[in-house]
Design a protein around this ligand. Sequence first.
Ligand code: ZN
Length: 155
Amino acid sequence: MLKIAKNAKVKIDYTLKSDAGDVIDSSQDKEPLAFLQGNGQIIPGLEQALEGREAGDNFSVTVNPDQGYGEYDKELVFDVPREQLQNLDSIEEGMQVQAQMQDGSTQILTIQNVGEEQVTLDANHPLAGETLHFDIEVADVSEATDDEIEHGHAH
Ligand code: ZN
């Protein structure tokens, strides 16, 4: 059977739990997650844990923040004047907004605090600083097409 290695096309079913045991995300009600191994499409800790596995494998893995979504960085919390967000329908604490960066990429910002004049935004990934607990089932491993390898993602 094909083992997971760089550029293998992989489908996994997963349940992601926080340290407290709460389910954060699961593929249960969706399609399995499809990606090309070794292309940075999933967090490094999960890629490492999947290397060498094959379809039908079941396992659990704990991923520390440095192999997950990074440590929580206080430097990524900043204030902007409220009028900068006036194109939003509403501004509420805990809300996530997508911001267009200068290099054209998009980033998710979480509204941390809403003041009279200033809004505090947090650019950390929502799961930064979290130790992640995954239950994984490898649903499928196949050869990627040349196109998929060139694009660096599964079609
Ligand atoms: Zn493509």
